[in-house]
Design a protein around this ligand. Sequence first.
Ligand code: NAD
Ligand code: COI
Length: 331
Amino acid sequence: MKFIVYNVRDDEIPFIEKWGKYHGIEVKYTTTTLNQETVEEAAGFDGISCLQTIQYSAELFESFKRLGIKYLSLRNVGVDNIDLPAAKANGVKITNVPAYSPESIAEFAVMMSLYLSRKVGYMRQQLDQKHEFHFSPNFMGRLISEQTVGVIGTGRIGQAAIKLFKGLGAKVIAYDKYPLKNTDNSFVYAKSLEQIYQESDIISIHMPATDDNYHQFNHEVFEQMKDTAILINTARGSIVDTDDLIFALQSGEIAGAGIDTIENESADLQDSRSTKKVNDPDVLKMALMPNVLVTPHSAFHTSEAVKNMIDISLGNLETMVNGKTPKDLVD
Ligand code: NAD
Ligand code: COI
């Protein structure tokens, strides 16, 4: 049995080597992105492990079939970038890692909320750009305990985020297309999305990207939000219309944004050895705004998460190659 792991970062290598040694399985790894050309490297391997936010296309799955590769094991949660019908049509079974560390993403969302609530971007801007190191009225922040946090998506990450926001004393209201039956009274569901938009001081998005939430946060929604509100997106870029967001931030429709996931992420984002300069105009614009914290899809990135992503995804691959049904099969 032998596996190939694509899109590897240096911090994943010790975990991959340890897993291979422990399980007595040959695991080759490469920093290359998985696409129609690079998939040729997988010829002769029993399965592929991959982590990327660019598309897994129908053509890619046709190449899987031609090369006799039947198993793709994702090291991440999201499956929004996969042509699932094409995978099925080409006989490719897919697994993901639904819960490698929901707390890692939840903590990041809270970190962004604190950074923006306490105006750290304004402090950094004054120091970085003007080399001034003194108080300013612009730095006056707000306590999380005095704020209403609207959490959209009450799955694994949303629930972990609720726990943390509640720990800081916030009032939490939530929305989910498929609400939980039992919430342990730790939060209440809002009557509608409009209530979340209108009453929240912080909105934190924790739902998957789907056809029905494409650009859900657009001009119409920003107009409904408080002009003091902060939007946190650690879910997927497509949920927020970036042009409308930038307009909302510049015109004062909302006060701040924490953006870990942005529309049209490129393959470069996953290349940890890259020295390429960022050329996405929206990222460059937001990077200069003191009321924005923009990060390269890094909310997941803790040592705890990385270990679980490797161990669970390679375990899923081994289970599939052994002809058994893995618990994380994506249907
Ligand atoms: P989950 O499946 O446990 O929970 C998602 C919740 O969203 C579910 O309760 C579901 O009912 C709800 N939902 C689905 N569609 C909805 C809609 N249109 N409106 C409202 N609610 C909706 O998933 P999770 O583990 O909590 O992860 C959520 C998302 O976070 C992932 O799909 C992924 O896109 C993103 N994510 C980001 C990072 C990062 O590093 N930034 C890491 C992991 C996951
Ligand atoms: C996910 O797990 O879905 C993420 O967004 C993390 C990323 C490394 C792809």
